[in-house]
Write a protein that binds this ligand. Structure first.
Ligand SMILES: NC(=O)c1ccc[n+]([C@@H]2O[C@H](COP(=O)([O-])OP(=O)(O)OC[C@H]3O[C@@H](n4cnc5c(N)ncnc54)[C@H](O)[C@@H]3O)[C@@H](O)[C@H]2O)c1
Length: 273
């Protein structure tokens, strides 16, 4: 068992697929109660079913992280159903790529609003609850446990062809997370971010091998660009979802009680080459 997860209450956005699903399943397996969110009811139900079949506790909220009230609804569900809120992992997202000279305002804002806006809304409303619970614990003279907000940035946050919207959002998430870490410190709310490189999910599979859309935006990467990107990775492969879940769970657990404001790059060694 990973220390400091059993008995905790966690919100995971984008939990219907990929990295978010992996995190929700793992936190539940470690004994956390999980409030799982996804835009799509079908994948969300599948995650809830897998958690329940494995003997875990979960509740679901199908909603977009672009909705103004999504953060409040998730935090309220965590407190009402499971009696607290200790961990938030924001993994909802999608791609709507295009070179900047062809990128529309709608395309730019849609991606920024889901990735950066969604992280902001969900983290803000969870933080309000975490801060208040910590304040009450302090007032009662109790020890204030570490609470955690874990956000997902990206290697693309350092710049990537065809991803002006996504890169801007992911760089923004890194800054947002450091501010959360500063404002959360006196309440023992720790905020950390992961900048992943190439994790094998529908977001990074060859576009030609799948037919996955969010709205009208195809998910995946054109095969030629994908092979070029893989070739630049010293480890010469994409990571499995579990290899992204591990570092996220590290930041959700008592293995990392002194890490806050960190941006951990998990990318197969890209910045060494
Ligand atoms: N796969 C990678 O290589 C990689 C690399 C860096 C960062 N990331 C980030 O990791 C996170 C998870 O991505 P993934 O690779 O697991 O992708 P994925 O497509 O497998 O899963 C994303 C999930 O988010 C959900 N979602 C999309 N829009 C949503 C919205 N508005 N509200 C709520 N849910 C929504 C989708 O329905 C889907 O189930 C994303 O933030 C992504 O940007 C992924």
């Amino acid at each position: 068992m990973v220390e400091g997860i059993a008995g905790r209450v966690a919100i995971v956005t984008g939990a219907g697929r990929g990295i978010g699903q992996g995190v929700a399943l793992r936190l539940a397996k470690e004994g956390a109660s999980v409030v799982a969110n996804d835009l799509e009811q079908g994948p969300l139900d599948e995650t809830l079913r897998l958690i329940e079949e494995a003997g875990g506790n979960a509740a679901g909220l199908a909603a977009s992280v672009a909705d103004a009230d999504v953060g409040e609804r998730l935090a309220a569900l965590a407190v009402e159903r499971f009696g607290g809120l200790h961990v938030v992992v924001t993994a909802a997202g999608f791609l709507w790529d295009g070179m900047i000279h062809r990128m529309t305002d709608e395309q730019f804002h849609a991606v920024v609003n889901v990735h950066l806006g969604g992280t902001f809304r969900v983290a803000r409303d969870a933080f309000k609850v975490m801060r208040e619970h910590a304040r009450q614990e302090k007032e009662r003279g109790e020890e204030v446990p570490a609470r955690r907000i874990v956000t997902i940035s990206s290697l693309s946050g350092f710049g990537n062809l065809g991803q002006a919207n996504y890169s801007a959002a992911k760089a923004g998430i890194a800054g947002l997370t450091r501010t959360l870490a500063l404002e959360g410190a006196m309440f023992n709310v720790l905020a950390n971010s992961l900048a992943f490189g190439f994790i094998d999910t529908r977001m990074t599979r060859a576009m030609e091998s799948q037919s996955e859309y969010v709205g009208g935006a195809p998910q995946g990467i054109p095969d030629a660009a994908r092979n070029k990107a893989l070739d630049l990775i010293p480890l010469k492969r994409a990571a499995a979802v579990e290899e992204a879940v591990g570092p996220i769970v590290f930041f959700c657990s008592d293995l990392s009680t002194y890490a806050t404001g960190a941006l951990l790059e998990v990318n197969g060694g890209v910045h060494m080459s």
